[in-house]
Design a protein around this ligand. Sequence first.
Ligand code: BG6
Length: 368
Amino acid sequence: EKDGYDWFMRKEIFEQPRAVADALLGRHDESGLLQLDEVRISDDELREIDKIIIIGCGTANYAGMVAKYAIEHWTRIPCEVELAHEFRYRDPILTRNTLVVAISQSGETADTLMAIRHAVKQRARVLAICNTNGSTIPRESDAVIYTHAGPEIGVASTKGFLTQLIACYLLGLYLAQVRGTKFGDEIAAVVRELSQMPAHLERVLGDAQRVYDLAERFKDAKSVLFLGRHAGFPVALEGALKLKELAYIHAEGFAAGELKHGPIALIDQGLPVFCVVPPRGRDQLHDKMISAIQEIRARGALTIVLAEEDDDEVLPYADLLIPLPTVPTLLQPVVATVPLQLFSCELATLMGHDVDQPRNLAKSVTVE
Ligand code: BG6
């Protein structure tokens, strides 16, 4: 069942090209026009939506953070992201025209379930993004986009997360299509980029040994930081979460722009810092990230840089480099997350931990 892998988690990491392909399967026609048949909310109703609130816990919450960047950009609908357990207790403003998107791999997480029950009571519309057919959260929602990742056994989510990202992109593009905020050819162009993801992921996974060598080098690390910005910020948070969950090492993710407002004080000689560099493009994200890397390096950080494979500008500031395929900024989390999964899985293995069942954690937490 582990197909020769030592852990279910490692197997599931390597299944991601297939999982992502399955998540995309049948969701668009030849011309790139989207068809999401599980969305039982009419197009007219979707045109009325004036606010989106995305909720989830743990890794699912980070998928929601990525989704916010994409959905707001494509649809211009204001979009909030909130931890499911915080959402309900702050008396959120919900109307018939609020779309609550609940992200949950298991579909059974009590915090998320209670949050959607609250939303349903307030007459908001609820759409679930879920990996488990027939589980409670999709059953109690108005609509569902299944992620089709197949069963995920490892407690720490991997293919669950990547396919949640895909479902979020599909939802954003679908809303843009229905509401006419993007032209058909623009949507088709993003769909084309998405359909190349499985091939990109194969290449990232083909380079796993490079990441394993890194893990060997950091076995004794006491603390590791992760920096990103824009869609790379949730990737940094996810990288840190994986390291906490699996290797029990203190890890934190930061938005790179926030560094100078506090966290830079943590930088010390030899501190490992993973830096997720946005693709080069018309915006200034890439250059701002490079300045942040220069700043921390000048203060002694050891930089492990994830950047586009032909990004020469970043090379002088990278102590170690993990090359990524060239993809649009909003889609970069799909490829940038995978080396961080491999790193934590390998490091925890080297430390002798149970990767599939980390201490104190459960696959789905069914108590609030
Ligand atoms: C935690 C898991 O208990 O629940 C995480 O350890 C997961 O991996 C989180 O991200 C949310 O789970 P779900 O099933 O609602 O996506």
